[in-house]
Design a protein around this ligand. Structure first.
Ligand code: MG
Length: 153
């Protein structure tokens, strides 16, 4: 087996869409970023690339490339899924943000991201928690995601 770890942080700003696993969550603020800022997809893709022994997503989709501005991160998820096709045993994730509550959208996020990766939803777990009001995430200024992926060698 091979294991990979991924994490990502984005600033939260007014007027951007809050997108997690390709699902738009109703909110007046969202992730800032060169791409669509989907912090969950970025963490999951980095976990998969890590398990494959590859460079991180910034090497493949650089945030300095003008052609990638506003990139739909679904592209990243699909590509990561293809690179690990048939080898993903399971992926576990944690999203950390203060609000809104993710629970009502957790199943939709799981099903959508699993489909993008080309795996059954049973192999992807989505958890969400707050930062208990502490630090920039607790103040609602940022969102973070962490992911760990287990692949067959
Ligand atoms: Mg990112």
């Amino acid at each position: 087996m091979r294991i990979g770890l991924g994490k990502d942080v984005h600033r939260l700003v007014e007027g951007r869409s809050l997108i997690l696993g390709g699902v738009v969550i109703p909110s007046s603020f969202g992730e800032d970023g060169h791409s669509d800022g989907d912090v969950l997809i970025h963490a999951v893709a980095d976990a998969i690339l890590g398990a494959l022994g590859m460079d991180d997503i910034g090497h493949i989709w650089p945030d300095t490339d003008p052609a990638l501005e506003g990139l739909d991160s679904a592209v990243i998820a699909r590509e990561a899924g293809k690179l690990a096709a048939g080898r993903i045993e399971n992926i576990d994730t944690i999203i950390t943000l203060e609000k809104p509550k993710i629970e009502p959208y957790r199943k939709a996020i799981r099903d959508n991201l699993a489909a993008l990766l080309g795996i059954p939803s049973s192999k992807l777990n989505i958890k969400a928690k707050t930062a208990e009001g502490l630090g920039p995430i607790g103040e609602g200024k940022a969102i973070a995601a962490e992911a760990i992926a287990l692949l067959r060698d």
